[in-house]
Design a protein around this ligand. Sequence first.
Ligand SMILES: Nc1nc2c(c(=O)[nH]1)N[C@H]1C(S)=C(S)[C@@H](COP(=O)(O)O)O[C@H]1N2
Ligand SMILES: [Mo]
Length: 424
Amino acid sequence: MRLPVSPTSPRFWRSPVRGTWFTSVLGLVLLVGITVLFVTGLVSYAAYNPDLSPVNDKTPDKGILGFYLFAWPTGPHWLYRLNQGVHVTLGITLIPVLLAKLWSVVPRLFALPPARSLTHALERVSLLLLVGGGLFEFVTGVLNIQLDYVFPGSFYPLHFYGAWVFFSAFVAHALLKTPTALRSLRRLREEENEERNGEKNGEENGEENDLVSPDPLEPTVSRRGALWFVGGGSLLLFATTVGQNFDALRRTALLAPHGGADPGTGPNGFQINKTAAYAGIDAAQTGEDAWRLVVTGRTGTVRLSRAQLAELPLHSSALPIACVEGWSTSDQWWRGVRLRDLAALVGYDDDPPDVFVESLQRRGAFRHAALRANQVTDPRSLLALYVNGEDLSPDHGHPARVIVPAAPGVLNTKWVARMTFGDL
Ligand SMILES: Nc1nc2c(c(=O)[nH]1)N[C@H]1C(S)=C(S)[C@@H](COP(=O)(O)O)O[C@H]1N2
Ligand SMILES: [Mo]
């Protein structure tokens, strides 16, 4: 008969799958994956041009953590779509790997004594930051894209500061553990041979043997099998998420809030972030008699009706909408007035400056945005009146919306009312 044991005892943990090799493979996958998540996350923040204007900055108290910000380029035109597609799709795909990795080392979290020495105590605190930070980043990220965000405080600063805490602990951990992980993988071939010869899982040599159960159950799955199971989970999440970045695959994105459901048909039948009704846009404000675009600059203010705008030189650009939440559209055909032509109307003939764009919308963080001079100058940047050969629909920003190459969706302001050109 077995006596009951507590989780603080190594004998409590009996899975024969635990061991250095299993933990090492998962750890090395996370080493690469989480580094990509961190970099694409920081890049995504830079893409908002937060250093251009406070209205673009969702993390105003970042301090020196914004040291790396740079002027976001306008090409290639799919730059933000790729960055954010990778960030969100990879983050979701790594969830099973993260959970399996935590599961594989969970006996250590319970091990006693809590600290054998000061170094050991520091190591355990850093592990708490690592595990807590990792879970926090994945949970806030998933909740934000599922539009079910429940944390007190804005997602952006929490996810941003959390990333720095998590990644610092992650770097320390990776420096300590990567040599062990690589050594353990080099033993892979030997182990494979052992397994083929029918030797039991869990018989490992070398350090870190506290991962191996001293009292393992009969294996029901090999360590490789367990790894395939984790990989299968990742593959399933990948396959039901990645489609939200491609119009033709959108129906396969079963888990994505902006996938699955049919966004509608027709030229305006592509994803919508916030509808006109949600944003409180009233048809009475957008009619031909009511709406005027107010453009201000060096030489004063110009007011234009939609009909007058449509008589200015019109240009076409094939550009996607790419949202921070990780969904994007394929290229749509926008048609409208170049931003730099609007700048020229108010006195900036060949030196377009930054612009501050305001929507008819009264509330909401995305009702206004600032664009940098390079974005105004790019000939593909438009104040669009039409998309895919038709008038913009109310939900896509009728009477007029901004569309800029390579920029995050947030900067493509809909229901534009006012544009103020001048260095910000
Ligand atoms: N006025 C206004 N413009 C806006 C938004 C908004 O909430 N209000 N949302 C932005 C965001 S976050 C995205 S991703 C895009 C989505 O554009 P779409 O709804 O036409 O696909 O619009 C942007 N423009
Ligand atoms: Mo967005």
